[in-house]
Design a protein around this ligand. Structure first.
Ligand code: 3EB
Length: 319
């Protein structure tokens, strides 16, 4: 997220803005995407991934990317094709992304973001989120990624507009896949959640360029594999915070990061399904999280119908 510390240099890897009109900004030299998601606090905070070291830029297939000697940032937009069901879009997107990573030698995806419309709509017996999971799973499997060691942290959120947006960070060196002891790993969810499980980790811990970064994902109000607190936003927030705490308390995370509170070293993105819940969520987070922690509040549909919100985050600390 937005780099706050003064660094020796400031080179842009990529920028994501949130607003009305979705587009790829081709007038700038770096990958820049605007997604159609409403900012609930009307802020115009946007997301900047920056590098202290010089960056090279490129294009591959439909991907615009930027890389320094440690990490690669890339992003793309794929239209859905007529006469096809949704899963082909994530399948193609992930195949391209994984080919790019192999080609450029950043084979370890750390963090992936996925946005597409109608995530909870059903078509021919499967929810679009389940179809998304089919395509993503297939691409990871074909590229030889294992599901209990190689999966990135991820978000899959329903937005306005058309087509599938995917952006990602990957590294030359592997990150550490972290799972949450309070939750069944998503890649081991029972079949009733869909024919192919969601391919993401609860968090990834990565080291590069003198920094340690933790990417938090999939912290929504799920315990075991079940949604808790249907129709109770306050209780879902508390459960989500308990899930975040469990990740921070994870022995590997605790030993290498030693953070037990979200503060100025963190940045959060909060997706809220119903804008009417914004005030409650932001009040409760203001109490739970240090005031120095930047938070981006967005209207987004979480991938399970009964989940009212989801919090993702990045924590960065000097090593
Ligand atoms: C869950 O645990 C919550 O499919 O990439 C959260 C974060 C969720 C990421 C994904 C799904 C994803 O199933 C939903």
């Amino acid at each position: 997220m937005a780099a706050k510390r003064a660094s020796p240099g400031f080179h842009v890897l990529g920028v994501i803005r949130y607003g009305e009109k979705a587009r790829i900004d081709t007038n700038v030299g770096f990958p820049a995407f605007s997604l159609s998601m409403q900012s609930l606090d009307r802020s115009d905070i946007f997301e900047v991934w920056a590098s202290p070291d010089p960056v090279v830029y490129g294009e591959f297939d439909r991907i615009r990317f930027a890389a320094n000697e440690h990490i690669l940032f890339g992003g793309m937009h794929l239209q859905e094709q007529e006469h096809e069901t949704l899963e082909l879009a994530p399948y193609r997107a992930y195949r391209s992304a994984l080919e790019l990573l192999r080609d450029q030698d950043y084979p370890y995806p750390l963090r992936m973001w996925n946005y597409f419309p109608g995530i909870n709509e059903e078509f021919l017996g499967l929810e679009r989120y389940q179809r998304f999971c089919l395509g993503r799973y297939q691409a990871f499997a074909e590229h030889g990624y294992t599901f209990d060691g190689d999966l990135p942290a991820a978000s899959a959120i329903g937005i306005q507009g058309e087509g599938l947006w995917v952006y990602f960070l990957a590294a030359r060196e592997p990150g550490l896949q972290i799972e949450n002891p309070r939750q069944i790993s998503a890649y081991r969810y029972p079949l009733r959640y869909g024919p192919r499980s969601p391919s993401f980790s609860r968090a990834t811990l990565a080291d590069f360029a003198g920094e340690r970064q933790l990417y938090l994902s999939g912290t929504a109000s799920i315990v075991g594999h079940e949604t808790r607190h249907r129709n109770n936003a306050a209780a879902q927030i508390r459960e989500t915070l308990a899930n975040i705490e469990a990740i921070l308390d994870h022995p590997a995370v605790n030993a290498r990061l030693g953070v037990n509170h979200l503060d100025g070293s963190s940045g959060l993105k909060v997706y809220i399904r119903d804008p009417a819940d914004f005030e409650l969520v932001s009040d409760m987070l203001a109490e739970a999280v240090g005031a120095e922690c930047p938070i981006l509040y967005l209207q987004g549909d979480v991938c399970r119908r009964d989940l009212m919100l989801e919090i993702e985050g990045v924590i960065r600390l000097p090593r």
